[in-house]
Design a protein. Structure first.
Length: 221
């Protein structure tokens, strides 16, 4: 353990555990460690769910599964999640098993292959890859060398996955449903424009703790 710490390993990966949102989760190298922004994201998500009494929720890119697991731990909802990383599938299902809940299902699949076009959801949310490959050299986060590059980086200057989710989520949402996405503060204008072009209404962007644009929400009317 000491050798790993001296080599720069974060504690979450050394002990393969992390306490977040009052839940103990397992983590392995390659699966994203939840950030502070996740708690901000969750507060916006819960506000929408409780205000509208939504029950059918979908997550793109669940990682450790922490956000979906927190939702089912505090209320009765039906959740589905999809991720294209096999490590995430294993970790999320292990965390789900430990929570002893049966109303959440994590799937492993490429985002380009949708298995649920015939099913409609009240809320779709995602913290997708949104870092451009050009930014890799200037990232100073000590977690980055240990995390999955699939979960961090995206083509088209970090916008490819986000645009893909915005476009396809529209067909998966029920009327009066919401899409919630975390993104880079540099992307907020382009993301709002994409929401509008895809038909979403009442589009709003919210700050993170540093007053940077971080979360955008669109409403399907």
């Amino acid at each position: 353990l000491l050798k790993k710490k001296l080599l720069g390993w974060p504690f979450a990966y050394i002990f393969e555990k992390f306490f977040f949102l009052k839940i103990d989760i397992f983590l392995y190298v390659g699966v994203l460690v939840p950030r502070y922004e996740t708690s901000i994201f969750i507060s916006k998500l819960l506000n929408i769910i409780y205000k509208n009494n939504f029950k059918k929720i979908f997550e793109f890119g669940y990682g450790s599964g922490i956000m979906s697991l927190f939702l089912i731990s505090c209320d009765t909802m039906y959740l589905n999640g999809i991720d294209c990383d096999l490590n995430s599938l294993l970790i999320a299902n292990k965390n789900l098993y430990n929570l002893k809940k049966k109303n959440c299902f994590f799937y492993y699949n490429n985002w380009n292959i949708f298995y649920c076009y015939n099913e409609k959801f009240d809320v779709i949310f995602s913290n997708p890859p949104y870092v451009s490959y050009k930014s890799f050299v200037i990232l100073k986060n000590y977690l980055v060398p240990f995390e999955s590059k699939k979960s961090l980086f995206s083509d088209e200057n970090g916008l490819y996955c986000i645009f893909f989710i915005i476009t396809n989520s529209y067909y998966m949402l029920s009327n009066n449903g919401f899409l919630i996405i975390e993104h880079s503060y540099r992307h907020s204008y382009f993301i709002q424009m994409k929401f509008k072009r895809c038909g979403y209404k009442i589009i709003k962007t919210y700050f993170d703790e540093k007053y940077l644009n971080r979360i955008t929400i669109g409403y399907k009317y």
